[in-house]
Design a protein around this ligand. Structure first.
Ligand SMILES: Nc1nc2c(ncn2[C@@H]2O[C@H](COP(=O)(O)OP(=O)(O)OP(=O)(O)O)[C@@H](O)[C@H]2O)c(=O)[nH]1
Ligand SMILES: [Mg+2]
Length: 354
């Protein structure tokens, strides 16, 4: 079960440039609309300072980070829900991702055509949202027909579903994406405007996010990240030494896109645990709320089936004490059973039978 974040936005706003910088892959990022047709998928290594600190203690031969998947989706235009541009194909790609990184143009390069003429971030976001809303209304209409037929079975749940669908419609018709409402989801009904979003403002170097935009995003509890995508892409092509100098020059401590990856992890409600096993130290991403045996199952199904116990040290305790042995001697390693809910930053030694 790979979790995926779709990069969406109007044409030519820098989606592929962001994607390239994220993945270090080279996909065509050319200066014309619709140069991205098939969604490009890439695996992105999650920058993780805690993993590096744990590795200082464990000194592994192999250090393995966790990854998250990003998908570079074609640009959306007004009318996409009616089949304009790449229309429905575009919407189908959005249906398949778990969360959205919505890229919005703020950079001013006159050589790059702007699909709506001028740089105006809030209007641009609304154009995209409207297409998501229209697509959802269509999905809901079809679902309602089905639910109405099922109503004849007399089961109460169909009446409840119809009521909920009516509430969805009411919100959408007022122009509100479902993520701005507190309405519960219907399992198996993929509604685009309900997907969690992080906004990526693609700026000129050093340019800040307009307050108006920040306020607007805050109203839906969404994070806003500013990146100069061109700069980040050039940065991603450098070797680490050069990149360091390049960053210092720009007065930055790390690539801005690290914050996008971190925001993605939060958006998907994921946590990280670590394993130190033989020559390998490794980070694992899991949904928040998983128990120890479930987490073990992410490593190997045998480990879930044969789970005996988990021996747990919080990463910062391990780093502070300097060794697993020191933690054990002082009783800082906890023994946890099958009901233990894994916490973000746990270093776990699984004991299991096969
Ligand atoms: N000045 C400047 N130009 C940028 C920036 N980001 C992207 N561009 C340029 O804008 C053009 C379009 O960028 P892409 O990344 O291809 O845009 P896209 O959103 O993927 O476009 P489509 O896939 O066609 O919808 C390219 O020429 C980029 O070099 C930026 O931060 N600053
Ligand atoms: Mg593109």
């Amino acid at each position: 079960m790979a979790l995926r974040i779709g990069i969406i936005g109007l044409p030519n706003v820098g989606k592929s440039t962001v994607f390239n910088a994220l993945t270090g892959l080279d996909v065509p990022a050319l200066n014309y609309p619709f140069c991205t047709i098939e969604p490009n998928q890439g695996v992105v290594l999650i920058p993780d300072e805690r993993l590096l600190a744990v590795a200082q203690v464990s000194q592994p031969k192999t250090l393995t980070g966790a990854t998250i998947e990003f998908v570079d989706i074609a640009g959306l235009v007004k009318g996409a829900s009616r089949g304009e541009g790449l229309g429905n194909q575009f919407l189908a790609h959005i249906r398949e991702v778990d969360a959205l990184a919505h890229v919005v143009r703020l950079f001013s390069n006159d050589d790059v055509a702007h699909s709506t003429g001028t740089v105006e971030p809030l209007r641009d976001v609304e154009v995209v949202d409207l297409e998501l809303i229209l697509a959802d209304l269509e999905t809901i209409g079809k679902r309602r027909e089905r639910t109405e037929r099922m109503l004849k079975t007399g089961e109460a749940k169909y009446r409840e579903e119809l009521d909920l669908l009516a509430k969805y419609e009411e919100a959408l018709e007022q122009g509100n994406p479902l993520r701005r409402t507190a309405l519960p989801a219907i399992p198996g009904l993929p509604l685009l405007s309900a997907k969690p979003v992080v906004y990526v403002l693609n700026t000129d170097e050093g340019q800040e996010a307009p307050q108006e935009f920040l306020d607007w995003a805050a109203a839906e509890g969404a994070e806003v990240i500013t990146v100069a995508a061109d700069f980040e892409r050039d940065l991603a092509r450098l070797d680490p030494e050069e990149a360091k100098l390049f960053l210092e020059d720009a007065g930055m401590d790390k690539p801005a896109l690290h914050r996008l990856v971190e925001a993605g992890v939060r958006l998907l409600n994921l946590i990280t645990f670590y394993t130190v096993k033989g020559e390998e130290t490794r980070a694992w991403l899991i949904p928040r709320g998983m128990t120890a045996p479930q987490a073990a199952g992410r490593i190997h199904s045998d480990m879930e089936r044969g789970f005996i116990r988990a021996e747990v040290i919080p990463w910062d305790v391990l780093v502070r004490e300097g060794s697993v042995a020191a933690c054990r001697e002082q009783g800082l390693q906890r023994i946890e059973g099958r009901d233990y809910v894994v916490q973000d930053g746990d270093v776990i030694f699984f004991r299991f039978n096969v």
